[in-house]
Design a protein around this ligand. Structure first.
Ligand SMILES: O=C(O)c1ccccc1N[C@@H]1O[C@H](COP(=O)(O)O)[C@@H](O)[C@H]1O
Length: 234
């Protein structure tokens, strides 16, 4: 078992390739209003040039099924990240259409409703994992703002929770090791924390983020010894 690392908000082939070369497991493309927003045509030109082994995740905010379906097919996406109140219905339609080949991630925002939402997610067999992001007024993602990791560890990233939980929100090269040490997540995800300017990646930050995440996870594994937690989809 290893740490799953996603570099999100890529807008060019050069940036996505940079993430791949630096060792990312997944690259993300934001199909929603954002400084990182991309179109179907842009990603359809980028994704086929990336290695098949790298996951290509589309990020959608309040999407409809037809839009996602068309983008997944045209761009050859291998996963979707759903920011939506109607995630369950959407996820089951996507699962029916694409089968197990599509990674479906649900997003939960850290806050008062997060524990209940996570309990519901644990019973939702259509999703493969849950990304925990910060809650920020007027924005759904890509904010560069982190949450209280100690509180999140106590309520969401608990040892009893065997879901594949992905830490996101305000991560950057300087703090990703600390986030991993506290939260012990299955994966980490970053968008703005590795940018040079909104929408473009900084090679030094991308490389440092992934290197720091990998070495923090190696330390975590030695802390666990032979007793690594089993992580599962719901
Ligand atoms: O990156 C965006 O602009 C974005 C827009 C709308 C929804 C999600 C978005 N990105 C996701 O947000 C998290 C946190 O971003 P950041 O690292 O704090 O900048 C990121 O993991 C993306 O998956």
């Amino acid at each position: 078992m290893s740490l799953w690392v996603k570099i999100c908000g890529n807008t060019t082939l050069a940036d996505a390739q940079l993430a791949v070369d630096a060792g990312a497991d997944a690259v993300g493309f934001v199909f929603a209003p954002s400084p990182r927003q991309v179109t179907k045509d842009q990603v359809a030109a980028i994704a086929p040039n990336l290695p098949a082994s790298v996951e290509k995740i589309g990020v959608f905010v309040d999407p409809d099924f037809t839009t996602i379906f068309s983008i997944v097919e045209s761009c050859g996406l291998t996963g979707v990240q759903l920011h939506s109140d109607a995630t369950s219905d959407l996820a089951s339609r996507l699962r029916q259409r694409f089968g197990s080949s599509l990674r479906i991630l649900r997003v939960i925002h850290f806050g008062s409703e997060a524990e209940a939402q996570l309990s519901a997610a644990a019973n939702d067999r259509t999703i493969n994992g849950v990304l925990i992001d910060s809650r920020t007024a007027g924005a759904v993602g890509g904010t560069g703002i982190s949450y209280d990791w100690q509180a999140a560890k106590a309520t969401l990233f608990t040892p009893a929770n065997a879901l594949k939980l992905i830490a996101a929100g305000g991560l950057k090269p300087e703090n990703v090791a600390q986030a991993i040490a506290v939260l012990e997540p299955w994966g980490v995800d970053v968008a703005s924390g590795v940018e040079a300017t909104p929408g473009r990646k900084d090679p030094t930050k991308v490389r440092a983020f992934i290197a720091n995440a990998r070495s923090a996870y190696a330390e975590l594994k030695s802390r666990w010894g032979g007793a690594q937690p089993e992580r599962r989809a719901p």
